[in-house]
Structures are given as structure tokens and as C-alpha cells.
Design a protein around this ligand. Structure first.
Ligand code: FMN
Length: 148
């Protein structure tokens, strides 16, 4: 079965729920999910599809737990497929800037974006995992079908 690496940037836990919800649907689709709540490049399969889920804090900053990983990415060359999911609050000028930063860095590594970032405004979606799972399921299904 194809493995997918789910990489999480979160301060308050909402994005962790999103990652857990994505991981929960993976076995139904025929995928094995590895969730990384304290991501470190050394622990992550560089050839697997990545799903990077991150909130934004401060004034457009990445969550602390994903800073070191983001720095590692800046020195990396990749070619694997990836998706980015962002949680943010549209009352900030820097709406979902953290997810956009991760997406831009991943593009610079050479990794292959399957889609532009999927941004969830928590002002309008109090249960972000519901819309994220609905959005991501077709991509996961396609990844599993390509592997079969
Ligand atoms: C102190 C603080 C700063 C924030 N800054 C931003 C921001 O710059 N841009 C944004 O889109 N959302 C911002 N948010 C909203 C969070 O990204 C949002 O609440 C998100 O759901 C938190 O996810 P988490 O629990 O996984 O950290 C901020 C929230 C807090 C509490």
C-alpha cells in the first residue's frame, strides 16, 4: 500500500484535528498515513506524497513546531507530489500566510504540487476537518489508483 506523509504545523491543535481526520480516511482509500506532529525531514519518506497542513500565527508566521522543518526544506531538493492545506482567520491581513510560505518553499525544492493550497477560513468553517476531508478525498483516491 502507498504511504502518505502528513506533516503538521499547529499551535492550538485545530490543524492536528485536520491531520487526524485525513489520516482516518486513508485506510478506507487504501493508503497508509504517517502523521508528523513534530516534523523532522530525517523521519519522513522523501519519495512519498506529502500532505502539509499548517495554521498561521503571529503576523503571518509559521507555527513554532514546523519552523525547523521549514528550514530543512529550504536546503532540500525534492521531486515527490504534495498538497498543502492551510487554516487561518480572514480577519488577519496575513490570512493563511504560513501555508503559502510552506507551499512556496516546497515549489522551490522541485516537489510537484498537485494543486494550489486549500485554505480554510476558520471564521466560516468552525469544523475545518469536514471541508478538508471532502476536498482532499479525490486527490487521495487518485494517488491510490495510480499506485494500484
Ligand atoms: C495569536 C494568533 C495569531 C494569528 N495570526 C494569524 C495570521 O496571521 N493569519 C491567519 O490567517 N490566521 C491567524 N491566526 C488564526 C489561526 O491560524 C487559526 O485560529 C487556526 O485555526 C489555528 O490553528 P491551530 O490550532 O492548528 O494552530 C492567528 C491566531 C492567533 C491566536
Amino acid at each position: 500500500m502507498l504511504q502518505v506523509e502528513i506533516i503538521v504545523g499547529s499551535v492550538l491543535g485545530a490543524t492536528e484535528y485536520v491531520a487526524d481526520a485525513i489520516a482516518a480516511v486513508c485506510p478506507e482509500i487504501g493508503l497508509i498515513a504517517n502523521v508528523h506532529f513534530s516534523p523532522n525531514l530525517a523521519d519522513i519518506n522523501l519519495d512519498a506524497p506529502w500532505i502539509v497542513c499548517s495554521s498561521t500565527h503571529g503576523a503571518g508566521d509559521l507555527p513554532d513546531n514546523i519552523h525547523a522543518f521549514h528550514k530543512q526544506l529550504q536546503d532540500s531538493t525534492l521531486a515527490n507530489p504534495f498538497l498543502v492545506v492551510g487554516l487561518g482567520d480572514s480577519s488577519y491581513d496575513t490570512y493563511c500566510q504560513g501555508a503559502q510560505t510552506l507551499y512556496d518553499t516546497l515549489l522551490r525544492t522541485g516537489a510537484n504540487a498537485l494543486q494550489v493550497p486549500y485554505l480554510v477560513d476558520v471564521l466560516h468553517h468552525p469544523i475545518p476537518e469536514d471541508v478538508v476531508v471532502a476536498w482532499i478525498t479525490p486527490y487521495l483516491t487518485a494517488l491510490a489508483a495510480n499506485e494500484a
